[in-house]
Design a binder for this molecule. Structure first.
Ligand code: SAM
Ligand code: SF4
Length: 463
């Protein structure tokens, strides 16, 4: 048994599982490491119509977070990629974009009195592809953030998502002017046939053009997204894409294992597991080794960053990821208070997405939340643990105790099982997954979903 099991708060509550059970648990994670991406807990498919509508003042007046995070969602793309199940619509029409930004401005005006009690430590514009918007509309998003929501661009860390074909000089000029710190671009693969196989019509030449432009503008942080496990991809071709990305010396790289679902164009690939181990695991390990050799520091299964200190010339507000209030503007954006997570309805199909966006654009009033989930104390505790252990910083046991007045180990006996299975350790009061545990983040995260949330997720029908 792991000697660290004796750490106060962990060992005491350990209900020693049999060795056979622990070996089986580990084998379960190893044989199926990619079960679900818990980008946020509880997953949005657990949201439902709320029993009673909640007003914004009820939701936000008692929110204890010291800083807020403003997120704007732009649910449009040039085309829908075959693997993507994000809330987005292929629509390039500027009139459609303009009506959407009008609605977002209306929503901001109604929300601002309730959610500007605290400074915004972070502001992000995501999607979809926000840079599909024309430069003047993009600039309007920043006007809304600054003039209506009160974001101080000298203090907030600002991040914007983009895609290669929408990177143009005039759009980047807007982002530079508005003090954007981080640009995150999806590339997925530098191999044309691999991009084609996931229905992402993207020429490597186009990607390189965008990267050269981004490098010239030198934003403080450039992040690039790559996907492994693509149809037709080998470990060698995956590493080729990684090398191409590294040639541009991005400050951050996100490595995503490919997820396919029944309702995406690219269907689940049964071939992946026909021959033993999931081939994504070999891609992950090869890329991880390469990035660490190149001096990147791993902060989660997906995120790697160069350790160079970030000097943006800003006076950054301290923000604790654990405790932030998330204010989501736009259709498809989620908002998180400590006790309630809410959003607009979610869809993937073109017709359902279009109809949800049309309702949003037509709505006069945005002053209540009617769709989401009320987090019980048990779910708040589970969320706290999940957010912490799926990142390299780990779970600070005293922070858990301070927040909930109870011991993490007693509330979550699974932590002791992870220790006993040799997938985690405790040092200086911090519970952390080790290298192997981190590689199984998507299996461990899935395993930690409570039965109540799983029941809701399984009952969800994707429109
Ligand atoms: C909003 S997109 C990025 C910006 C832009 N729309 C683009 O695609 O270039 C977020 C990222 O999530 C990742 N992603 C989305 N769906 C995925 C899936 N089904 N499997 C793996 N990664 C996925 C992709 O790497 C993508 O770049
Ligand atoms: S991956 Fe990016 S560009 Fe492709 S559909 Fe999803 S959000 Fe749009």
């Amino acid at each position: 048994m792991n000697v660290l099991m004796n750490h106060p708060g962990i060992g005491k509550a350990a209900s020693p599982a049999g060795e056979a059970d622990l070996a089986e648990l580990k084998e379960q994670f190893r044989s199926e490491p990619y079960r679900s991406y818990l980008y946020s807990y509880p997953h949005k498919t657990s949201y439902r119509e709320l029993d009673t509508k909640l007003s914004l003042s009820e939701l936000w007046s008692g929110e204890p977070a010291e800083t807020f995070f403003l997120y704007m969602h732009i649910p449009f793309c040039g085309a829908r990629c075959g693997f993507c199940n994000l809330f987005t619509l292929p629509d390039k029409r500027s009139s459609v974009h303009e009506q959407y930004v009008d609605a977002l401005e209306r929503q901001a005006r109604q929300w601002a009195p309730h959610v500007t009690r605290r400074p915004f430590a972070r502001f992000a514009i995501g999607g979809g592809t926000p840079t599909l918007l024309a430069p003047a509309l993009l600039a309007r998003l920043f006007d809304i953030a600054e003039q209506i929501m009160g974001v101080d661009v000298e203090q907030a860390s600002i991040s914007v998502e983009t895609s290669p074909e929408t990177v143009t000089e005039d759009r980047l000029a807007v982002l530079r002017e508005r003090r954007v710190d981080r640009i995150s671009m999806g590339i997925q693969s530098f191999v044309e046939s691999e991009a084609a196989a996931i229905y992402r019509p993207q020429k490597p030449r186009e990607v390189e053009r965008a990267l050269e432009l981004l490098k010239r503008e030198s934003f403080p942080v450039l992040n690039l997204d790559l996907i492994y496990g693509l149809p037709g991809q080998s470990v060698a071709s995956w590493l080729y894409s990684l090398e191409r990305a590294l040639a541009y010396e991005p400050e951050e790289i996100f490595l995503y294992p490919l997820y396919t679902r029944e309702h995406t164009i690219v269907k689940p690939l049964d071939r992946l597991r026909e021959h033993g181990d999931d081939p994504r695991l070999a891609c992950y390990q090869a890329a991880r080794d390469r990035l660490i050799a190149a001096g990147y520091v791993q902060s989660s299964m997906r995120r790697f960053a160069r350790p160079a200190p970030l000097d943006t010339g800003k006076i950054l507000l301290p923000y604790g990821c654990q405790e932030e209030g998330m204010v989501g503007l736009g259709c498809g954006a989620r908002s998180y208070t400590r006790g309630v997570h809410y959003a607009s309805r979610y869809a993937v199909s073109k017709s359902a997405t279009a109809s949800i966006i049309a309702d949003y654009v037509a709505a006069e009033s945005h002053d209540t939340a009617d769709y989401g989930i009320v987090l019980s104390l048990a779910e708040q505790k589970r969320r706290f643990v999940l957010k912490a252990i799926l990142h390299c910083e780990g779970l600070e046991l005293s922070a858990y105790r301070d927040r909930f007045g109870s011991e993490a180990a007693a509330d979550h006996p699974e932590l002791a099982q992870l220790l006993q299975a040799g997938l985690a350790s405790v040092a200086e009061g911090i519970f952390r997954l080790n290298e192997e545990g981190l590689a199984y983040s998507d299996a461990i995260g899935d395993w930690l979903i409570t039965p109540e949330i799983r029941r809701r997720m399984e009952g969800y029908v994707v429109a």
